[in-house]
Design a protein around this ligand. Structure first.
Ligand code: UDP
Length: 240
């Protein structure tokens, strides 16, 4: 049974990292596609005005709380989210599992050259991992079915979709009935972190919940996106 918590009506799994790892690795061994999303407050806010995104999140097989803002909100109203489970950390454990269990991965997304660089670094870091393939995320509408065919043809077990939100969630939903992999996970800018084009905050910032602040210092142009956090908290306090 899934234990879920609603944050502004968006259901999020109240799950620890340990249990999330157990769950996603069991998904890889399953016999049908499982969809994993990793929302932060920005995505929860987007879902308020985007019924399609809202439906997609409610139909997911696992939704983990990626943003510290969700944990803060949950604490304020004792909703019961257990801890932050970031997409990039869950991806790391999934990559470890794939490397140790002869599973293969496919990375779709990022600027041209970024998915290749990410794959090269992943091969070096996760010894023995099978790479089904990769493709950058800047493709014309009519080319998307070709990407799905390439993913299926590659025999990949796990697909990481890195198109940013809500593009990646909508993409997974659109092709869910055609994809033959066992796991499709939306992991946004994780492809940039693996490629080394974006640096993740040092562990200190991660531990004290200030990863967003580090990112803001590095990419000040993100401030507009981050203004959504106070709006999210106010709306949450009023509507829950
Ligand atoms: N991206 C893409 N295709 C697009 C738009 C974005 O592949 O049409 C990629 C972009 O290059 C980046 C990722 O999607 O690698 C999303 O990055 P962002 O920092 O917005 O993601 P977040 O993790 O914050 O959702």
């Amino acid at each position: 049974m899934r234990e879920k918590v609603e944050i502004l009506n968006v259901p999020i799994d109240a799950i620890t990292m340990k249990d999330a790892i157990r769950k996603v690795t069991s998904f890889v061994e399953g016999d049908s596609l499982k969809k994993i999303y990793t929302p932060n407050p920005e995505i929860v806010m987007l879902a308020q005005d985007n019924p399609e995104l809202f439906r997609i999140l409610t139909e997911a097989d696992l939704v983990v709380a990626d943003g510290i803002g969700l944990i803060i909100a949950s604490k304020m109203k004792r909703k019961g989210l257990k801890e932050r489970v970031t997409g990039i950390d869950l991806m790391h454990h999934l990559l470890l599992y794939c490397a140790n269990n002869n599973k293969s991965i496919y990375i779709f997304g990022g600027k041209p050259g970024v998915a290749d660089a990410a794959v090269a670094n992943i091969v070096a870091k996760y010894k023995g991992i099978n790479i089904g393939g990769y493709h950058h995320g800047y493709v014309k509408n009519e080319e998307h079915h070709q990407i799905v065919e390439d993913i299926n043809h590659s025999g990949a077990d796990v697909l990481f979709v890195c198109l940013g939100a809500p593009r990646q969630e909508i993409w997974i939903d659109q092709y869910k009935d055609q994809l033959k992999c066992k796991v499709a996970m939306g992991v946004g800018g994780s492809v940039d972190v693996h490629a080394g084009t974006v640096k993740r905050a040092p562990v200190f910032y991660q531990k004290v919940g200030l990863e967003w602040f580090y990112r803001l210092m590095k990419e000040p142009s993100r401030y507009k996106r981050m203004l959504v956090l106070p709006k999210f908290l106010v709306r949450f306090m009023i509507k829950g």
